[in-house]
Design a protein around this ligand. Sequence first.
Ligand SMILES: [Zn+2]
Ligand SMILES: [Zn+2]
Length: 419
Amino acid sequence: MVRLHFLGGAREVGRNAILLESDRARLLLDYGVKLNDAPEFPAHIRATDIDGIIIAHCHLDHSGGVPIFYLSERKPFFATPLTTELTKILIKDFLKLSSYFLPFEYLELEKMMRQRNDLGYGMEVKFKDVNFRFLNAGHIPGSAMVELEADGKRILYTGDFNTIKTRLVHEAKIPRRSYDAVIIESTYATTDHPERRSLEEEFIREIRSVLDNEGKVLIPAFAVGRSQEVMSILNAYGLGSKAVVDGMARLVNEALMNHPDYLRDPKTFIKVVNEVKEVKGWRDRREALRRNGIIVSPSGMLEGGNALFYMEHLAMGEENAIFLVSFQIPGSGGAKLLETGMFTIKGRDEAVRAKVKRFDFSSHAGKTQLEDFLKGLEGKPDVYVIHGEPQNCEALAQFARDELGLNSVAPNQGESFTV
Ligand SMILES: [Zn+2]
Ligand SMILES: [Zn+2]
């Protein structure tokens, strides 16, 4: 018998966590955080009640809570080597920004890193009575789907995935296998993304028009994944030399270059990195405001991070532009800005005068890709839809039921199921 317990990320984006329980093993699939004013964690589970952890990719909504399990215990965790390197960078930064709210310290991160088990795509692991392996998820470098087998059941956890090729990573392939259960993300279950090439061209056109009018462009972007994708696009259209990138860029780029297998085109990536200037401190930051036309900086949803510093200086100039390129969780600074045109600057709500626009450069499968993914699987898996706003989880679950005749639910937080 295999049981699935949905501890977090059910009907929401953030704090993904699922416990897979077989006869002899209890494996956690991700243990993320939701980044609000105070970070929110998945349902509590004691370290003594798990045997190991699998991290699908480094983003904090999948990895940010994992150090909790190293306060007293030493459980192994499994990830691709690149995911482990990037997770270390992101959690270290998370500790710097939010330590006040966190139940762990740097010491726990160090203890965690001593329990790493590196796993490349396709390698088999036998863990008690569970066998599992990673498949490329196409979301960001190092990202993985997890295929698990226990008690004669085959289960797929997609993590975050993308079946469309991006500049940074190869797309995920639909596994031509039959599963008994599939746990699938649904971030964009009701939205199709625009065609990539024409979106890139529109993005570049808009940037050029701001630069031609002596304006500056702020592109808030996640430090890992979207920042490098944006840098690659700017480079491809000859704008790389006009851009600076802020926020752990050096560390992240080094990690990526140390694991070139996870990049679609490592040679081009090295060129991109060499061309774009990195912001290394406050001097560079002020300098960037004086000189450079394009500033790429976290956080992607304008929730904390150096993007807020740039917002203070750029938001009130009508010659400037704020171009959002990430998913905006409802309630985030970026979502509010898009909806109302307002942004809190130095504690005051201000009507932003810079041009604000969102470009849907997603690293998540869109509606059609999510549906095609489920269609492409063999067999009759039970489908559990998570990692989306409630209406998106519902919509994809309904598609699986009505169009594919599958058993499908959008679990609630805390619900458990038997596969
Ligand atoms: Zn992600
Ligand atoms: Zn995610």
